[in-house]
Design a protein around this ligand. Sequence first.
Ligand code: SF4
Length: 406
Amino acid sequence: MIRRRRTILTDAAAAIPESTAAHGARVNLLGLPRAELEAFCAALGHRTYRARQLMHWLYKRGCGDFAQMTDLARGFRAELAERAEVALPHILSEQQAADGTRKWLLSGGSGQAFEMVYIPEPDRGTLCISSQVGCALDCAFCSTAQQGFNRNLSAAEIVGQVWLANRELGFVAGAERIISNVVLMGMGEPLANYRNVLPAMRILLDDLGFDLSRRRVTLSTSGLVPQIYRLAEDINVALAVSLHAPDDALRNELVPINRRHPIAELLDACWHYIDEQNGRSVTIEYVMLDGVNDSPVQARALARLLAGHPAKVNLIPFNPFPGTGFRRSSEQAIRSFRDELIRGGVIATVRRTRGEDIDAACGQLVGRVSDRTVVRLGSKMAAAQHRPGAGRGVASAVGPGEGAHR
Ligand code: SF4
């Protein structure tokens, strides 16, 4: 009997996301979506309904202390205490902006840190979470890119941000939810960490998990095309794409992954995602850079790309950070750009900048990345262009999974 249980545990452990299983001897339950939590309970010799009870405590009651889970058998609680944990990212510091936006700096271990931001609005509360410590994609206008890349966050660290923010914001079981929307727009490229982002999103959507509507969980990507096709098979969430330029020549400079997956290929993948998941539209993010991508000619070119497709454009006033050579477009230029898009038949809005006084606005998250294990994509691609087979080395710069498993 003992041998049988050990065998099952080995099988179940294989189903647990690598980064979660690797977190010491105990499994962090925040990294396990329902099916994997059921497998974990089965591996301990318990019926699968125990997983549902656990999820109720974790996500409906906000309780991570097994001793308090009083409707679980005493023996099961003891086993959980031995084999499992509910471990949250450690808060290093917190800042609050004049507009109520809150930003937390969270420990990524080994001196690394990442950030999450809560943005309160009258009709919603949005939490912007990170998926990686740093980022390898090297977008020219992004302060995270200046940090380089350290590592992927585990599924538990991604879910743990939502759990932690709920706790810090005063979550009360049964009361109206504080976090109504979650956006994966913090540090990192979510699709470069597919293996951990996917289970995390499953927990966000699960009615036994955070039970968020699929329209209120937004994954934002700079354009990892193979992963967008894979996403279309795996999960239905709101998709946002960082486009930032209406032509490949400019986008190659602003978003270097474009040299591998140019605009036409990227947009085809977006329309496929919407078709497959029966979605409403893709949000096209476009940061407004003075004199770079904000002319009426460029607005008309963008409208031609998008008109007739399920897309809406979100214009983001650039948020400067130390050392950047870019400037924010004038309000007049942003308004004119928006009006050109609308005249071209494209829905367009301007994002209101939040949390600027604490560097919590879009593109300003920096965390702390002191150990950069992967070279930044822009420099990697520049070097690759001088070698035979130019461009083939990009996958290693993006991190595990681009063009392979993610
Ligand atoms: S914009 Fe996103 S993908 Fe690009 S470098 Fe910044 S975090 Fe990475």
